[in-house]
Write a protein that binds this ligand. Structure first.
Ligand code: ATP
Ligand code: MG
Length: 345
């Protein structure tokens, strides 16, 4: 399943190079905590790069989706503002990007109902990412939102007619559903929506310190906002394996390979070459190399973050502007959808 997505991503990179103005990006994050290296190399870095190449960028802070796997959205305002802070520190230009929250864009949320009518319960139930998230959920009962949020995500992408979605590998089933919804809408009513493509980075599934997907909710993440010392301590504690000699084998040695990839991405080096150089130095040398690469790469981002962190009013102003722009767009699309479906009284 991944190989075609990777091939398609390479094609898309070329198309973006040639005609950036043909693309509109929508992507986002749940405000469940601070961003980590998985977000950064899975999607955030791509967002910044695409914006610099001249692509229009929209970023959703998915506040309503916080409730997919928990009963209450704790510290929501803090988490939302922290996300904006991480975005700006990473280099997203708030003058040109539309950064908004679900809860502020009513018309976007209304698209969920017509979109749900276009998918079957069987399609929603067999989504492998949803199954994995249910397995990691802290809730005793699985909510209806857990099964339907991928259709809500289709609304996030399609309300602004975005056609490019830079995401990690876990999002591929959701993108497939978005394409299905767009196609069915277009066939059944009238051609209104693009069929958006996922854009995978070279690190579509970065592992955390416990060797599973790095994730905000799993306590295994190295945060962009961590100090250099915290970063060193976490990497020292990262799971590797019992083989003494370091080699780059993503299939058989995923933990070691993910660390090598991380060091490679931070330092612009080939992970294979790094493995050869580290070789007999073993896990201890590997971790030293990773720590230095990560801390050096993140130093400018962390400095910018510290500068911006004091001005919460500015972060809220960025959101206020983003929400206004997203609302205008969502109203227009919702009117078109009602017209096309003949559901306007
Ligand atoms: P949560 O545990 O709250 O779901 P998360 O860490 O999974 O948090 P999300 O907000 O669900 O983060 O994901 C935001 C984006 O970051 C998505 O595009 C997702 O694919 C990407 N992403 C998250 N974790 C990783 C990872 N470990 N490697 C690559 N991409 C990732
Ligand atoms: Mg997630």
């Amino acid at each position: 399943e991944t190989a075609p997505a990777e091939r398609r991503s390479a094609e898309l990179e070329e198309l973006v190079q040639q005609q950036p103005q043909q693309f509109r990006v929508l992507t986002g994050d749940r405000p469940t905590g601070l961003l980590h290296l998985g977000h950064y190399f899975g999607t955030l870095h791509n967002r910044v790069r695409l914006q610099r190449q001249g692509v229009e960028l929209m970023v959703v802070i998915a506040d309503y989706q916080v409730l997919t796997d928990r009963d209450v959205a704790e510290h929501l305002q803090q988490h939302v503002e922290d996300l904006v802070l991480d975005y700006l520190a990473a280099g997203i230009d708030p003058q040109r990007a539309t950064i908004f929250t679900h809860s502020a864009v009513a018309a976007l949320n209304q698209l969920l109902l017509p979109f749900l009518s276009l998918v079957s319960v069987a399609e929603l139930s067999r989504n492998p990412t949803v199954k994995d998230e249910i397995a990691h959920s802290r809730q005793a009962a699985v909510s209806g939102l857990m099964f339907t949020y991928p259709a809500h995500q289709a609304a996030d992408i399609l309300f602004g007619k975005a056609n490019l979605v830079p995401v990690g590998q876990d999002q591929l089933p959701h993108l497939e559903l978005t394409r299905t919804i767009a196609r069915r809408f277009n066939d059944r009513y009238r051609p209104l929506f693009p069929q958006p493509d996922a854009l995978l980075s070279p690190a579509p599934l970065l592992l955390g310190t416990d060797g599973t997907k790095m994730s905000k909710s799993r306590g295994n993440a190295i945060l962009l906002s961590a100090t250099a010392d915290e970063t060193a301590r976490q990497i020292r504690g990262a799971k590797t394996d019992s083989q003494r000699h370091i080699t780059y084998d993503p299939q058989t040695r995923p933990e070691v390979a993910s660390l090598l990839l991380l060091a490679g991405l931070c330092s612009g080096r080939d992970p294979q070459e790094l493995a050869t150089e580290i070789g007999a130095g073993g896990a201890a040398l590997l971790k030293k190399v990773v720590t230095e690469a990560v801390n050096e790469h993140l130093a400018p981002l962390r400095a910018r973050r510290a500068e911006l962190a004091g001005d919460r009013a500015y972060l809220r102003e960025v959101l206020r502007r983003g929400n206004a722009a997203a609302n205008a767009l969502a109203e227009t699309t919702l009117a078109e959808v009602r017209e096309a479906m003949n559901t306007r009284y």
